[in-house]
Design a protein around this ligand. Structure first.
Ligand code: CUA
Length: 166
């Protein structure tokens, strides 16, 4: 069967692109632990502020040393605006929105998720490098979207225990 050289070029080119996509999905899933959050938990968006799960947004250090961070994402900011977590331990984020869809992206980490009203977004990750991190909203949510951000500080155990812990 005769196949025109140009057609051959595009056949092999398309096959190569598919392979590149599959390899990049595999590399980010298994190499960089980038996975879609799969937690499903609902909440009434009109009563978020009085819901016991979010009445006190902030960081809690659990008995096993891990941390839980409760965040309310709303137009146009995050509560709390400053988060301090310990380095090198599992950190579970629980986030919800009382108004519209927001994003929660911890820049330069694999912490990145949508925040949808009516649901509690939850994911667990770990930060091995101490320092200051920027958290941004990456879903367009209105006129103040560009100013919706928070700061996160990853600190060594003792320092973390002095800030924001209940
Ligand atoms: Cu919240 Cu964009």
């Amino acid at each position: 069967m005769h196949i025109d050289p140009y057609e051959k070029f595009w056949l092999w080119g398309s096959a190569l692109i598919i392979v590149v996509f599959l390899v990049s999905i595999g590399a980010t899933t298994f190499g960089a632990a980038i996975q879609p959050p799969s937690h499903v938990e609902t909440i009434d968006p009109t009563t978020v502020m009085s819901d016991s799960r979010f009445t006190e947004p902030g960081v809690t250090i659990n008995a096993d040393g891990s941390a839980t961070v409760r965040v309310v994402a709303l137009m146009f900011g995050f509560l709390p605006g400053e988060i301090r977590v310990p380095r090198g331990v599992p950190v579970t984020f629980r986030i919800t929105s009382p108004d519209v869809i927001h994003g929660f992206q911890i820049v330069k980490t694999n912490g990145n998720s949508m925040v949808v009203p009516g649901y509690v977004t939850q994911f667990t990750t770990r930060f091995d490098e101490a320092g200051e991190y920027l958290i941004v909203c990456n879903e367009y949510c209105g006129l103040g979207h560009h100013g919706m951000f928070a700061k996160m500080y990853v600190e060594d155990g003792a320092a973390a225990a002095s800030g924001g812990v209940e």
